[in-house]
Design a binder for this molecule. Structure first.
Ligand code: PRX
Length: 659
């Protein structure tokens, strides 16, 4: 196989540590001027007008950034706009009413296409219906919904009438839903009877009803989408309404989009975090929408003619920003898929890419490692030549997985953007610009133009190239969360105190460890609390994991340390899953241990290597390290209900027992 440069791809992949975007990509890229970095730096913060210019404003803003009350920054103050108008109406008005806005693929291969006109119609009808139920401007509407088109429709209907939404991921428990509703003082809930997963029907309504029983303040109205039809009958209580009946009663009715101040809340998003209380991240209308539209344009290179697929659930920030708001603001076609990647078979994702001729595909490293583990025959069965750009987000991607993605999915023709950001940041912060920068597998890239990232030591001093430190952001950015809802104090304490002084609270601490190389490229090592202490030295688990996944036959690895013993020493445990069909033996174990010794240091060598068919993951695809620590320490495991694959726990425990 060879790529556009005529060099054998196989050979290049084996040797190269950098990859340039293909000429053909650069020629058509939305952003291809290398000077953009300097231009943004010299013209900061006005550079961000370039993002705001992608939107239609009802009233122009008069200040780009108001930093008079840091860290309570305001962006585009004085301006007003409506997010739903920007995502729908203006495309209809521009003559693109019959262009596909959302393409939804259901678990039975059924496809629904919503043109911008269809979206306009249904969003209006549901917005009118919500209003008639009493939803007013600034009332928080909670959405507890699976991956059905009614989810983005409900989000946009809320945005249209100026009611912030708070989406609670459908996989979360009744408890999480109740807590989210209580904290947001939300009196309205939109949910569904249930959803399909791997061909089975799941009941969501009963979970929602349980949550409602727990609410001190009660609920005003509940709307229920009937996803499962006859497969699961559900009961509508008092003040509970059927979605279809509601919108049918409003057929053809419209409501003027409410003009919102740039700083008005567009949505809340509750994250549970690794410890403690759920945090309600408040995102705003102007800054957030400008940031996600701009990064969809510059980093995902989206065009109105593209079909874009961000495979994240819309219940997460990734789905909010890059399935819904970013792509729709740009008038793109966005894909939504209800099912799982391996049902009915492991080629499901590639079948969809092939059938719908997807141009841009954005997913998580954990999915890429699963694809890699399943083997290339699944993508090879399909025509993936429509793809132009690939992206990843959510955790560090090891170079082997990056190269596999680049080769087997992108055929060596598609740039890969490894995008670092967070629920807090709203949109992408660190990534290569695919039409500008050289890519380095495993390295996210330089901060985006206008984003100021610094990796610092404990004293807040910038670390030398290659040294690990704390990832901080030293200037505000438009997509940033504005506070933790109802808890300004905690907002400051948790995110702005660590590396700021009292006079200047403008340094944001992301909670991640990172390194920067000579070219200013950032490698994100993972959460700081994933740093372990072995033989008196601190090391990021990610470093050891990436050494291990470099071993032939290894699919995925998670490293934890046991609690320190009396002498202060902890032991390193590595949990490893292998590629399909690859047996495990002592030779593989030795290779893993040796490689860590060679690549990092002898002290970092895992004392115990546990092989397991799969690692325990949360529903958002993050490896549940706490659980692996408990197993290593022989502690009680506590609650495992947040796991996507709880069956792995028993398998791992018995593997540990076998040791
Ligand atoms: O640790 C970083 C990791 O995911 C965290 C943010 O998680 P969440 O708020 O759930 O948002 C996920 C989607 C944006 C970060 O603090 N992370 C995210 N992207 C990357 C990453 N780690 C390494 N490389 C990335 N590209």
């Amino acid at each position: 196989m060879s790529d556009g440069t005529g060099v054998d791809l196989e050979a290049r992949l084996a040797e190269a540590t950098t990859f340039d975007p293909p000429e053909s990509f650069v020629e058509q890229a939305n952003v291809s001027e290398p000077g953009i970095y300097e231009e943004f730096e010299e013209n900061w913060p006005e550079c961000w007008e370039r993002a705001a210019d992608l939107l239609d404003w009802d009233e122009p803003y008069d200040t780009v950034l108001d930093d008079s009350d840091a860290p309570f920054y305001e962006w585009f103050s004085g301006g007003s706009l409506n997010a739903a108008y920007n995502c729908i109406d203006r495309h209809v008005e521009a003559g693109r009413k019959n262009h596909a806005a959302i393409k939804w693929v259901g678990k039975r291969r059924e496809t629904l296409t919503y043109t911008y006109q269809d979206l306009y119609r249904e969003v209006n009808e549901f917005a009118v219906a919500l209003r008639s139920l009493g939803v007013g401007e600034d009332d928080v509407v909670t959405l507890y919904m699976p991956m059905v088109p009614e989810l983005p429709i409900a989000m946009l209907a809320c945005a249209r009438i100026g009611a912030p939404h708070s989406v609670v991921f459908a996989g979360f428990s009744a408890d999480a839903l109740a807590t989210g509703m209580e904290r947001a003082e939300s009196e309205y809930l939109v949910t569904a009877d249930g959803y399909y997963r791997r061909g089975n029907a799941f009941n969501l309504k009963s979970k929602a009803d349980n949550a409602l029983l727990d609410l001190d303040r009660g609920v005003s109205d509940v709307v229920v989408v009937d996803r499962l039809g006859d497969e699961l009958s559900h009961y509508l209580g008092e003040d509970q309404h059927d979605y279809t009946t509601l919108i049918d009663g409003r057929a053809g009715e419209t409501v003027e989009p409410v003009s919102r101040d740039a700083e008005d809340m567009l949505f809340l998003m509750y994250t549970s975090g690794t410890t403690g209380e759920p945090k309600g991240m408040k995102h705003t209308t102007g800054g957030y929408l400008a940031h996600v539209a701009w990064t969809s344009y510059a980093a995902l290179d989206l065009k109105p003619t593209d079909t874009h697929w961000c495979s994240a659930d819309i219940g997460w920030i990734t789905g909010h920003s890059y399935s819904v708001y970013g792509p729709l603001a740009l008038g793109t076609t966005t894909m939504m898929y209800e099912g799982t990647p391996d049902y009915p078979d492991r080629d499901r994702i590639w079948e969809i890419v092939d059938t719908h001729a997807v141009d841009v595909f954005y997913t998580a490293p954990t999915a890429i490692r699963a694809f890699m583990k399943w083997g290339e025959r699944y993508p090879n069965d399909h025509d993936l030549s429509s793809l132009r750009l690939l992206g990843t987000v959510g955790e560090p991607i090891n170079p082997r997985a990056w190269k596999w993605y680049y080769k087997h999915i992108g055929n060596g023709d598609c740039p890969v953007v490894d995008t670092w950001w967070q629920t807090e940041t709203g949109g992408m912060m660190v990534t290569t610009l695919p039409g500008v920068n050289t890519m380095k597998p495993g390295v996210a890239g330089p901060p985006l133009p206008g984003v100021n990232v610094e990796v610092v030591d404990r004293d807040g001093e910038a670390v030398a190239a290659g040294e690990a430190g704390y990832l901080t952001v030293r200037k505000p950015w438009p997509g940033m969360f504005r506070t933790l809802y109802g808890d300004d104090e905690r907002y400051i304490e948790e995110f702005w105190r660590e590396f700021s002084d009292d006079a200047d609270r403008s340094v944001y601490f992301a909670g991640d460890g990172a390194t920067v190389d000579e070219d200013g490229y950032v490698t994100v090592l993972g959460r700081i609390d994933d740093v372990i202490n072995v033989s008196g030295r601190r090391i990021g688990t990610m470093k050891i994991e990436s050494a291990i996944v470099g071993v032939e036959g290894v699919a995925e690895a998670a490293v934890v340390a046991t609690d320190a013993d009396a002498a202060g020493d902890a032991r390193v445990y590595a949990y490893v899953s292998t590629e399909s069909g690859r047996g495990v033996d002592d030779a593989l174990r030795d290779r893993i241990v040796d490689r860590v010794g060679d690549r990092i240091a002898p002290f970092a060598r895992p004392e115990t290597v546990v092989f397991a068919p799969e690692l325990p993951k949360t529903r958002s695809g993050k490896i549940m390290r706490r659980l692996l620590e408990d197993i290593a320490n022989g502690d009680d495991l506590g609650d495992t209900s947040a796991l996507r694959n709880p069956e792995t726990v028993g398998e791992i425990e018995s593997a540990v027992g076998d040791r």
